[in-house]
Structure formats: C-alpha cells, structure tokens
Write a protein that binds this ligand. Structure first.
Ligand code: ADP
Ligand code: MG
Length: 557
C-alpha cells in the first residue's frame, strides 16, 4: 500500500499558508503592504488580543471593483505581476498574489472595498471558502478584517504566544513600516489603546522624532551617499556612542525592510575605529538600488533579498557611512575596492635554498649564472642567451612553475603566507559551490583561504594567500573551490596548489620590466626540474648553439 496520498485541496491551502502566515504580525505586514501598494495616504490598524482575535487594516488607497474584490482571494491572483519578465524588476511590496489567499485559508476574513465607483463590495471568506459577495456603500479604499487566526488549525493556534507578546512583534513590524514611509499617516490601536499615531511628515528625521522622541534623534547623524544609481540615505549613530547590541540596526532596500548579514557587516565596517569598545551602531538605513539589481523573490515573507552585486552594495554602505561620518565626499569618486594586482612576485622566501642532505655540495652552484635576458617576444616569451644556446621561455608557465614550488614548500611547513584584506572581499557562490564550501573548509584553509558566511550564498574572504590583490583573490578562491569538485583523488592537494600558482602567475601578453624578466629567469633556473609547468606544459625551449651556427652556415668555434 502506498504511503503517499494526494492532499485534499483544503489541506494543501493550509500548508502553503504556513509559509507566509506565522502569526498576527505576518497578517499585519501583508495587509499593510497591500495598502502601501494601493498608494494609500493613511493606514489604520486595529488589533484585539495581540491580533489573535482581530487584525483590521483600513486604507484610503485605490480600492477594487467587484470583480477584483472576489479575485483577490484566489491563490496566485495578483495585479502586480503580468509576466515572468516583471519578476526581475519588482517595484511593489507584494507580487505573489498569495497573501490574501493564505490569510483567508486560516481565518475568518471580511474585505470591504471600493474604487470610488458605486457601489462598493464586501467579500466574506472563511477557512478558504467563499461565503458571499455583496454590494455595500463604502468610501474609496479598502478595509480587511481578519478574525480568529488559526481557528481551524488548533495546533497552530496553540503555538501563538500571549496577546502581549504577539502585540510586541506586530508593533515592531509596524514601527519599521512607518519609518519606511514618513509621508503616510499611520494610526495603530490595540483595543481602545492608541499605540501609534504618526501623521504624515516630511522625512525620516521627523518620523524618528514622532516614534522615538528627541533623545534618540539627538544621538543619530545624517547619512547620505550616492554611487552611480545606487543611493544610501538614513540616520546612524553619532560616534563614539553606540548601543550594546545589534537590535537597533534597520535596513530598507527600495522601501522594503530586510534582514541581511551583508548589510550588518557593511555597517560595522563603516564604523571601524569610531565607536567605543563593545558598542554597535544604531542605524536606519535606506538603500535605493535599481530594481533589476535586487532579487526580492527569495523569501516567503519577502524579508530577505539577494543582491546582484553584493560587493557594490557592501561598498555603498561601508563607504557611504565612512564618508558621512568622517566628512569625506558624498559622491563616490575613488576607484572600486578592488585594486590592480600587486607587483608580482610578492612571495617572500628565504634566499638560500636548503643544502642537499646527501652528496657533495656542487661547487658550480655558487658561480651558477642564469642565462642573460635579451628581451621579451610578443609580450609572452622571454628570450635569454647562454653558452648552450638561446632559451625561449613562456613567462606564464615559468612563473607558475616557480610559484608551485614555493607553495609546495610552504605547505610542507604548514604556512602558506596569508593576508587579511582591510575590507573583506565578498564572493557570491553558486548553490553547488556553497555546498562544497561546507565540506571543504579544512582544505581551503590549507590553501590559505579563510571564509566567513554572510547569509544566503554570499561569503566573505577574510584571509587569502599573500600573493593576490582583491580581485585576483576572489578569482583564485573560486577556481580552487571548483578544483575541489568531484572525488578526492590522491593528487588533489597538488592540483589545488597548481590552481593557486596558475591564478597568481604573470599572464601571457603582459609586458614586463627588465627586472621582472631577470628575476623570473633566475628563479626558474634555480629549480631542479624546470622543463614543465604544474599542468604539464613546457616552460621553455632551447635553440641550441649548434643549430644556430649550422643554420647560419658558420663553423663552430
Ligand atoms: P499581492 O500583494 O502579492 O499581489 P495579495 O494576495 O496580497 O497579493 O493581494 C492580491 C491582490 O488584491 C493585489 O494584487 C491587489 O490587486 C489586490 N489588493 C489587495 N489588497 C488591496 C488593497 N488594500 N487595496 C487595493 N487592492 C488590493
Ligand atoms: Mg500583498
């Protein structure tokens, strides 16, 4: 007998609802977002018993006609998305067409609405079942009443906390929304008690004053910064005083309150060295980012987002704060965080190579002279002359070979030299890379990379081999991570070193100054087995002296 059964539609509805509607505060959030999307000028929220017995949200927005009012409760019925392409540039808070359906599946709901035409409409839905639609007299706008949340799901109802606790959660939620929309009037009441009454004001400062009062406003500084289509605005702690924890850090992306570790880290970065010990900044930061650069479709309650270019977002916040707090330029005028590669080869090794353990020291070694560099050919090959002939050396393969040897030596001594960048380097991983990361930390560490997860699939490179600039470090890290794919074959550790060497080596096509050419040739000729790079390609060819002389019809001396 099969254990798998098809769920009856009514049950399926409840299960899906569980993702979006957890508690009264989620109902509040969804209904208020709908009011905002309807371009309300005023939003009134009333709660009873922390919202458990009633959440009522009324707005003076554009309202709905009779047809839309009944359609609104259908799952995946939305006026905010037309086609797939709209998903890439969502300008509204809602877009899934699921909230009203999810709420109505687990409560008793009455919606009253009018788009200004006559008459208005009332729709009643209970536990997902349409009870009736009627004409009513109603002013332009919408009022949604949600009673007895989870009345049909006793197990979930039991899971709700006391009225006071639920109210606290809802109030925090509403506070954030009100902060995000100073131009809208918010009125919130719990029974007869007024919780918030915030008339429309000009901006964030006034709204913070309305909600938190003068003391809070006084300890905050204005933040403002612009970087080519990305904007940062808001208020944040005036150094050196901060708060004991991070609970006072609020971020909004295109008007949407979000939780995001990347933004937290950027905030912290912006305050480096400015706050007293153990203090954290307080902040209300509003980021405006082109819609197509933010994916909001990643979380059922839409409280998380994913950035297309997290490095840029990080830098917007970190630099924006730095500039605002330290009085730097308010518009970015410096190059991005990633700089050019540092001058290779930056790898420091002891000059003397260890003496051979067996056999006599070779007397020629001391007087050994590498071939004399004549120049560079096609910005890719070094041409060098020696008694035995003319060497043509592939600059990339040769450097790779030299670096591989050094990495190998360093690994043996368990100390690939690392550096910690001033700003952590953010790297966005694919799902596969993210999974690999979890199992490969030790191997990555051995290769000189220390990584910290930032939430989602973004990680911060905290340390990397002391050979790379920030961009190259990111590239090398990803290459090493990809090298770890598949089974752990015996030579995997060496392949990882080879990848590091390859990524840090001078590239083909790069013009080199004479000192670098000489350094490369000297280092290469110190190696015992120089002919092949770690990937097995030749590092050099020799045109023998005899060949030259014969070809040019000269007698050998
Ligand atoms: P979404 O907001 O994702 O579209 P919802 O289930 O929250 O999905 O709402 C469904 C639709 O009902 C909305 O797209 C909108 O057209 C309409 N609607 C909901 N609430 C309101 C409101 N307060 N004012 C006007 N229209 C509303
Ligand atoms: Mg909605």
């Amino acid at each position: 007998m099969s254990a798998i059964r098809r769920l009856p539609p009514a049950l399926a509805r409840k299960i899906a609802a569980g993702e979006v509607i957890e508690r009264p505060a989620s109902v509040v959030k969804e209904l208020v977002e709908n009011a905002l999307d309807a371009e309300a000028g005023e939003i009134r929220v009333e709660l009873l018993d922390g919202g458990k017995s009633l959440v009522r949200v009324q707005d003076d927005g554009r309202g709905m006609d009779r047809e839309d009012a009944s359609l609104a409760f259908e799952r995946h019925a939305t006026s905010k998305l037309a086609g797939e392409e709209d998903l890439d540039r969502i300008a509204t808070l809602g877009f899934r067409g699921e909230a009203l359906a999810s709420i109505a599946a687990v409560a008793r709901v009455v919606l009253r609405t009018s788009d200004g035409g006559r008459p208005g409409t009332a729709v009643e839905v209970e536990a997902g079942e349409m009870k009736g639609v009627a004409d009513i007299a109603f002013p332009r706008g919408t009022c949604v009443e949600v009673r007895d949340l989870f009345f049909n799901l006793p197990a979930r109802r039991k899971f709700l906390r006391s009225g006071t606790s639920e109210l606290t959660v809802a109030a925090k939620q509403l506070t954030l929304v009100a902060l995000g929309h100073p131009a809208i009037r918010f009125h919130v009441a719990h029974g007869k008690r007024e919780i918030l009454n915030a008339p429309a004001v000009a901006g964030l400062r006034e709204r913070v004053f309305q909600i938190f009062g003068k003391d809070v406003l006084d300890r905050l500084s204005d933040v403002g910064y612009a970087d080519d289509g990305y904007h940062l605005e808001g208020l944040a702690s005036r150094p050196p005083t901060g708060r004991p924890d991070r609970t006072h850090q609020h971020f909004f992306v295109n008007g949407r309150p979000v939780r995001d570790r990347l933004l937290q880290a950027a905030l912290q970065q912006g305050y480096r060295g400015l706050l007293e010990r153990d203090a954290h900044p307080e902040a209300f930061l509003f980021l405006t980012i082109p819609y197509e650069d933010v994916d909001v479709n990643v979380h059922p309650a839409k409280s998380e987002v994913r950035f297309r270019d997290s490095q840029r977002v990080f830098s917007l916040v970190a630099r924006g704060l730095e500039a605002s707090l330290r009085g730097g330029p308010r518009v970015k005028e410096v190059a991005p965080l990633s700089g050019p590669l540092p001058a290779p080869p930056a790898f420091k090794v002891e000059e003397a190579r260890p003496a051979p353990l067996f056999g006599l020291p070779e007397p020629e070694a001391a007087s050994f002279r590498p071939p004399r560099v004549l120049g560079q050919y096609l910005s890719t090959y070094l041409v060098a002359a020696a008694d035995e002939g003319i060497y043509i050396i592939d600059q990339h393969n040769a450097h790779e070979r030299i670096l591989f040897d050094r990495f190998w030596e360093a690994r043996k001594r368990d100390q690939i030299p690392r550096k910690a960048p001033l700003l952590p380097i953010l790297v966005d991983l694919t799902p596969a890379q993210a999974i690999r990361l979890e199992t490969e930390r030790a191997a990555l560490d051995e290769a000189g990379f220390r990584v910290e997860e930032m939430g989602g699939r973004t990680v911060a490179l905290k340390e990397y081999p002391d050979l790379f600039g920030p961009d190259a470090a990111r590239e090398a890290f990803l290459a090493v991570l990809d090298e770890m794919e598949g089974e752990d074959k015996g030579d995997r550790r060496d392949r990882i070193l080879a990848t590091l060497a390859c990524k840090s080596a001078i590239k083909a096509g790069e013009p080199l100054p004479r000192e670098k050419m000489e350094f490369l040739v000297a280092e290469l000729f110190k190696l015992d087995d120089k002919p092949l790079c770690p990937h097995g390609r030749p590092t050099m060819i020799l045109i023998e002296r005899g060949q030259v002389e014969k070809g040019l019809k000269r007698q050998p001396n």
